[in-house]
Design a protein around this ligand. Sequence first.
Ligand SMILES: *Cc1c(COP(=O)(O)O)cnc(C)c1O
Length: 357
Amino acid sequence: MQRIFNFAAGPAIMPEQALRRAAEEMLNYRGSGMSVMEMSHRSAGYQEIFDHTVSLLRSLMDIPDTYEVLLLQGGATGQFAAAALNLLQHSADYVDSGHFAHGAMTEAAKYGRVRCAASTRETGYSRVPAPGEIDADPNADYLYITTNNTIYGTSLYYVPRVSVPIVADMSSNILSAPCDVRDYGVIFAGAQKNIGPAGLTVVIVRRDLLGRAQEITPNVLNWTVMAEKGSMLNTPPTYAIYMAGLCLEWLRDQGGVAGIYERNRRKAAMLYDYLDGSRLFRGKAEKQSRSLMNVTFSTGDADTDAVFAREAAQAGLVSLKGHRIAGGMRASIYNAMPEEGVCRLVEFMADFEKKHR
Ligand SMILES: *Cc1c(COP(=O)(O)O)cnc(C)c1O
């Protein structure tokens, strides 16, 4: 069976190894006589699956014991509210580097005082703010950043030097490159880009930041309550957690984060090198901010862009149309995208360029 190359931004491509394993175990999970989907989240069998996923994540990211790992529902968008509800007492700083960063700032403003510490909104988010552009308040409750801006194809390649805890939305680049968890107070990510299927949200929170939630915080968004309950105040996204475990096993087999990072760099370099030499396509993000995960580009002509996306899909390279608010094209090349997929895309672009110049 031939699978196509799926460049969707999320939900996104997943490792074939994980999908095959899930298929094998679908009707009868390891002799239990049932699917993982049918298991009680309170059963010993399910707890083992849950613990396995958490322990893989801890080992792949080298998460210290001083951090809680929560597996929740509600998506990264739920965590936009949760960040403020759990930490915002006096004032919080936000780096406005893209659509989701801006959304997080707007959401937080419902629950307290929010300051924009830096923004590249005026220039269409084609780059992220430079370190010197961040005007951080030393008394802020936290500084909020988005490490990869999925829609614009930009990435923050530094950790801001601030004395306050950093809250980072890593939805679209978690586990793609080495990262020292100790640099952050909180890391969160929706799973559907680089971890597993949609429905699961990972939150990694330093324990000393627990216990600060506002009174009105819903329990399902309350990190302290969820940490006390082992993420099971209510039913967690059981099957998504199982699938994430299978995907993390695959990542471990690829040499972990260090191994996949090498491959991710080669994949992105292949595309950016081609774009830099192309006379039809041009990359949309400024060079120093270019993302390894989401490569945005355009021909500069909306009609030609549309023809490209359509013909690419016919050639088995699907979901290359850019986000509706950004236009153009976007190739999301998360961990699970094989190098062959990027090779095929570059070949297709070169052929297309010959015909359309
Ligand atoms: C996709 C994405 C989101 C939104 O995630 P949901 O899980 O759909 O809520 C937020 N932030 C970033 C950086 C994203 O890429």
